[in-house]
Design a protein around this ligand. Structure first.
Ligand SMILES: C[S@@+](CC[C@H](N)C(=O)[O-])C[C@H]1O[C@@H](n2cnc3c(N)ncnc32)[C@H](O)[C@@H]1O
Length: 218
């Protein structure tokens, strides 16, 4: 798995675009599912401020320390780290935003996880997912693959899945970092694949973002 710092460098823009479009702001209560080392959780905490809260949920218990450290380094961010499978997701309170990035591509049943994310979201609140279309990435014109992921192209199905999860699709789009030669895009790809792209042009897997609202029941 690539270093979270590297992933944040190259995929920062899709994250910022999504949070700005949604209008996440002070006081929001958010959940970052499959939070990893907590970099996105901390980014969310910085936006929601001291009056807000972020639940950083991951199945891997070893990541709790990394989340705590990232939150501490960010200076008093309201981040609560929870070890839990997304399939069993339960939170102490309904959230305004349930978020995931690069998670659904790894789980057995992405629709079941989206339904759990919807279930912890307050009525009128938001589910935001950012997942890749790996095979749409290119190195030197050749398609990328990720044999270790269960659903490497789940991004292509995401807009349809949110409707099946009982959510109202409000917006969806795709963004892909690209470059050629030395820089964060080449570093990220080398970290991911173990092979440097050299001077070959690289288009990293586009991230499909879906912004979906939880409708009132009935
Ligand atoms: C590729 S990392 C993404 C981390 C972070 N979301 C990001 O974008 O930087 C995937 C994370 O999902 C977690 N994960 C995988 N399966 C999970 C599951 N079923 N429930 C909760 N977390 C899971 C992994 O432990 C890992 O931290």
């Amino acid at each position: 798995m690539p270093g979270l710092g590297l992933r944040n460098d190259v995929y920062r823009r899709p994250l910022s675009t999504a949070l700005e479009r949604l209008g996440v702001g002070p006081g929001w209560c958010c959940a970052d599912i499959g939070a990893g080392g907590g970099d996105v959780s901390v980014a969310l905490a910085e936006v929601v401020g001291p009056a807000g809260r972020v639940y950083a949920v991951d199945i891997n218990p070893e990541l709790r320390d990394a989340v705590a450290q990232a939150a501490a380094e960010a200076g008093g961010a309201q981040v609560v780290a929870i070890t839990m499978a997304a399939e069993d997701l339960l939170l102490p309170e309904p959230v305004d935003l349930a978020f995931c990035r690069f998670l659904l591509m790894h789980v057995v049943d992405p629709l079941a996880v989206l339904r759990r994310m919807a279930s912890v979201t307050a009525t009128g609140g938001w589910v935001l997912a950012q997942e890749p279309v790996t095979s749409a990435g290119r190195v030197g014109g050749q398609a990328l693959s990720m044999p270790g992921a269960r659903h490497p192209d789940i991004g292509a199905l995401l807009p349809g899945l949110v409707a099946k999860a009982g959510l109202e699709l409000v917006d969806a789009w795709a963004e892909a970092p690209a470059g050629a030669g030395p820089g964060p895009v080449a570093d990220y790809l080398e970290d991911l694949t173990g092979v440097s792209p050299g001077l070959d042009p690289v288009v990293l897997p586009p991230l499909v973002t879906v912004m979906a609202r939880k409708p009132a029941a009935g």
